[in-house]
Design a protein around this ligand. Structure first.
Ligand SMILES: Nc1ncnc2c1ncn2[C@@H]1O[C@H](COP(=O)(O)OP(=O)(O)OP(=O)(O)O)[C@@H](O)[C@H]1O
Ligand SMILES: [Mg+2]
Length: 303
């Protein structure tokens, strides 16, 4: 059995490195332990209501894609067999099981590597205001959900506090150097193209995504989470085709609810009603089933 709701963890057996908005990061000696909790953040604010099983979905989808993409680029994935690798955590089995991953320690590059196949989210907002995306002019012909001829690479800084800031490729290149930047851009685009094709086979459009990369003594690796519903937008192809272009399979119910409430996106966040929490949980689980072919019952059965 696992806990249906894990809002935070406090593992006294391991030193905590960071409590992120969603994930708790611990030092496990020669690795980090990343625990995906059920916290939900929207517009960079963490809500008070955890979303049942959300952390399981994040962890399982990340594991799935780390495995699928490992031939393109090495990544930080080591194991999700936490009880075997860290038996000292046995008393936390119910909260950690299916929600945690051991990963290689890396130096995090201070950028978010964002790829967009379709116009949505913050890029759509920027475009509506200025006609530009990541500093480049795109004229007036695009609408919400327009597909780009080729996916766009639109990096942002990884801000320690506050909101991340979109930057141009040239800015990133000045900071990281030409060679590394080209490699990161090409890898990001290649990963995105691959995952888009795979997702499409499952009836899903991968709208956009964010990667993080880090360096280790063995070189560049993909870190953090990959193609999860917290780092990516997925829309059902059947929805997109009939015009529900921004009905994404993630926290869309929450975004819609708080927007309708007129929340100014500054803390404290408004309380989420039970039905919004439930529907959001179902959305996350549905995406996990579509992508990985596994449902929660099956995962728990394999304990
Ligand atoms: N292999 C790794 N080595 C070092 N740090 C990592 C690794 N993988 C992920 N991280 C970091 O762990 C944290 C995960 O927590 P979470 O994503 O919840 O944080 P966050 O609030 O989004 O903060 P951030 O803006 O830094 O991502 C992130 O800061 C991420 O950069
Ligand atoms: Mg993060």
């Amino acid at each position: 059995m696992i806990d249906s709701l894990v809002a935070r963890t406090d593992l006294e057996a391991l030193p905590m490195i960071k409590r992120g908005k969603v994930r708790d990061l611990y030092d496990a000696g020669n690795a980090y332990l990343i625990v995906s909790t059920d916290r939900l953040s929207a517009f960079d604010v963490v809500f008070n209501e955890p979303i049942p099983y959300k952390g399981v979905v994040l962890n399982m989808i990340a594991e799935y894609w780390f495995n699928q993409t490992k031939d393109f680029v090495p990544n930080h994935y080591l194991s999700t067999n936490i009880m075997e690798d860290l038996p000292q955590l046995y008393e936390h089995k119910r909260e950690l099981h299916l929600r945690s991953m051991l990963v290689k320690k890396a130096q995090v590059l201070p950028f978010e590597f964002i790829v967009r196949g379709y116009l949505m989210g913050s890029a759509y907002k920027e475009y509506k205001k200025t006609g530009k995306i990541a500093g480049k002019d795109y004229g007036h012909g695009l609408v919400l959900g327009s597909k780009f001829g080729e996916p766009l690479f639109t990096p942002s800084t990884k801000a320690e506090v506050g909101h991340d800031v979109n930057v141009t490729y040239e800015y990133m290149s000045n900071e990281l150097g030409t060679e590394l930047s080209e490699k990161l851009r090409d890898l990001s685009l290649e990963l995105f193209q691959f995952a888009s094709r795979e997702a499409m086979k499952k009836g899903l459009i991968l709208v956009d995504t964010k990667f993080e990369f880090g360096t280790t003594e063995d070189g560049l690796i993909l870190i953090d989470e990959v193609f999860t519903p917290d780092s990516s937008r997925y829309v059902l192809k059947s929805d997109y085709d009939v015009g529900f272009i921004d009905r994404s399979l993630d926290k869309q119910f929450v975004r819609d609810f708080v927007s309708s409430e007129g929340w100014n996106k500054e803390p404290p966040p408004p309380a989420l009603p039970e039905d919004i929490v439930q529907k959001t949980s179902e959305r996350y689980m549905y995406l996990m089933e579509l992508l990985t072919g596994k449902d929660l019952q099956e995962l728990m059965g394999n304990e």
